[in-house]
Design a binder for this molecule. Structure first.
Ligand SMILES: NC(=O)C1=CN([C@@H]2O[C@H](COP(=O)(O)OP(=O)(O)OC[C@H]3O[C@@H](n4cnc5c(N)ncnc54)[C@H](OP(=O)(O)O)[C@@H]3O)[C@@H](O)[C@H]2O)C=CC1
Ligand SMILES: N[C@@H](CC=O)C(=O)O
Length: 428
């Protein structure tokens, strides 16, 4: 069979992994697809930069159109990241009939519908398994594995960098900034790690997963997002003392046709399996009406795990080429999107309050919860080890989000409360 020629946009952490797997597993790939896969050209920013693998320098280019306009290139693998130029190169490649494999969740979360429509018009494949949860094949699983079921909840740790940071803070008492630097050196973090730590990367991934899982057009703005930059070692220590771990969780639910998607640091009971997903590992729980609970676990970032998903997509494209069925993914019709209101969202909450250390304080605080119909599971009052005031730790029963907002608003004018130190959602 004639070789399938690939143009690689990017030779950083993931691009390097793609070259290693395509070259190292060539025979296995060929035996599955029937065609040799050749990386023909590679786009980089700087051709003279030192590389961690040996590359024939004649393959490197700094001009994207050397790849996108090359009639010999069959598939463009995009692992350069970014949105603006990258979108333009991908659309141009599709308009020239090239198939696309990408790891770019930013692009797919923001412009997925436009890119997929362009692919459809040109009978091209666009596959993006590596864009969510690195080495875990969760996208194919949602599209194919769960096609017969109705998914009610998707819950996961979908950002390796923040999970790495929270794990090191919890297990080693390491400082936030020190561990972030390590995650960057290991190639887990995004070029701008703000999108990891502020939850945006996870929100983009949850946009993709909930769109596929609930078969409705979820937009990034629909995801309520909070990152981990305000999480303190004190919060983590409290969580541990009470039998919880703090994790950045993406949670998407669908009930009676209404959906909600959130990303926020969440206290997870330490007996729940997701509490022991540590380091760069990701885990995604999918709950289906018929199947019940399922869990997918694996490395969420890094060179070879991410490249595994990219090359699996490449194999799928090449198999489709052999069968002549590229671009024939049946998208079906999406359901109308209906977002839950705060009144329809129900969670347990943890609150840490710094309060005056005097008689009657606890009663005034519990009265506010009662006034807004938020029932309490446990309340603990103790001296604050660092201040003359006291601490009150509250865990609520399931309460609707609107009621919790009213409680927090009332606390702002309650004179016995010095500070609402932390508020976290509680899961499990
Ligand atoms: N790292 C990971 O674990 C994961 C990453 N991803 C996604 O994969 C993509 C790539 O990530 P990663 O490999 O970490 O990124 P890197 O920053 O390590 O690599 C980016 C590569 O793209 C090249 N590049 C960047 N901008 C341009 C440009 N404007 N023109 C030409 N070349 C350019 C760089 O060239 P040069 O080498 O010359 O600087 C570099 O080779 C991103 O979309 C990311 O979100 C997805 C899952 C996991
Ligand atoms: N920065 C991301 C990389 C993979 O998508 C992460 O940390 O998960």
């Amino acid at each position: 069979m004639k070789p399938v020629k690939v143009g690689l946009l990017g030779l950083g952490t993931v691009g390097t992994g793609v070259v290693r797997i395509v070259e190292g597993h060539q025979n296995d790939l060929q035996s599955q697809t029937g065609s040799p896969i050749v990386i023909e050209k590679i786009l980089v920013q700087n051709k003279s930069k030192a590389r961690s693998i040996q590359i024939d320098s004649s393959k490197l280019t700094e001009d994207p159109y050397d790849i996108v306009h090359d009639p010999e290139i069959d598939v463009v693998v995009e692992v350069m990241g970014g949105i603006g130029n990258t979108k333009e190169y991908i659309l141009e490649a599709l308009s020239r009939g090239k198939h696309v494999v990408t790891a770019n969740k930013d692009l797919m979360a923001l412009h997925g519908p436009e890119i997929l429509a362009k692919a459809g018009e040109n009978r091209c494949d666009v596959l993006y398994e590596a864009s969510v949860a690195g080495g875990i094949p969760i996208i194919r699983t949602l599209i194919e594995g769960f096609s017969s079921d109705r998914i009610t909840k998707i819950m996961g740790i979908v950002n390796g960098t923040t999970n790495y940071i929270l794990t090191k803070m919890s297990q080693e008492g390491a400082s936030y900034s020190e561990v972030l630097k390590e995650a960057q050196q290991l190639g887990y973090a995004e070029a701008d790690p703000t999108s990891d730590v502020e939850g945006l990367d996870a929100a983009r991934k949850m946009t993709i997963l909930s769109t596929l899982g609930f078969r409705t057009d979820v937009a990034l703005e629909d995801v309520s997002t909070k990152g981990i930059s305000a999480v303190s070692s004190e919060d983590i220590a409290y969580a541990k003392r009470l039998g919880y771990e703090l994790k950045l969780l993406g949670i998407a639910t669908s009930q009676d046709g209404f959906i909600s998607v959130t990303v926020e640091p969440t206290m997870v009971k330490n007996t729940h399996p997701i509490a022991s997903v540590n380091g760069v590992f990701n885990a995604v729980y999918v709950y289906g009406e018929a199947v019940g609970e399922t869990m997918f676990y694996g490395p969420g970032a890094g060179e070879l795990p991410t490249a595994t998903s990219i090359v699996a997509d490449l194999v799928a494209v090449v198999k489709n080429l052999r069968l002549g069925i590229n671009g024939q993914h049946a998208v079906g019709t999406y359901k109308e999107k209906k977002l839950k209101t705060d009144e329809q969202i129900s969670n347990k909450y943890f609150l840490l309050l710094h309060v005056d250390d005097r008689a009657g304080v606890l009663a005034r605080i519990t009265q506010v919860f009662a006034e807004f119909d938020v029932s309490l599971e446990s309340v603990l009052q103790q001296p604050n080890p660092n201040n003359p005031d006291a601490e009150i730790i509250v865990i609520t029963h399931d309460a609707n989000k609107a009621a919790m907002k009213r409680v927090l608003h009332a606390f702002e004018s309650l004179d016995v409360i010095r500070k609402v130190k932390s508020v976290y959602r509680v899961e499990g």
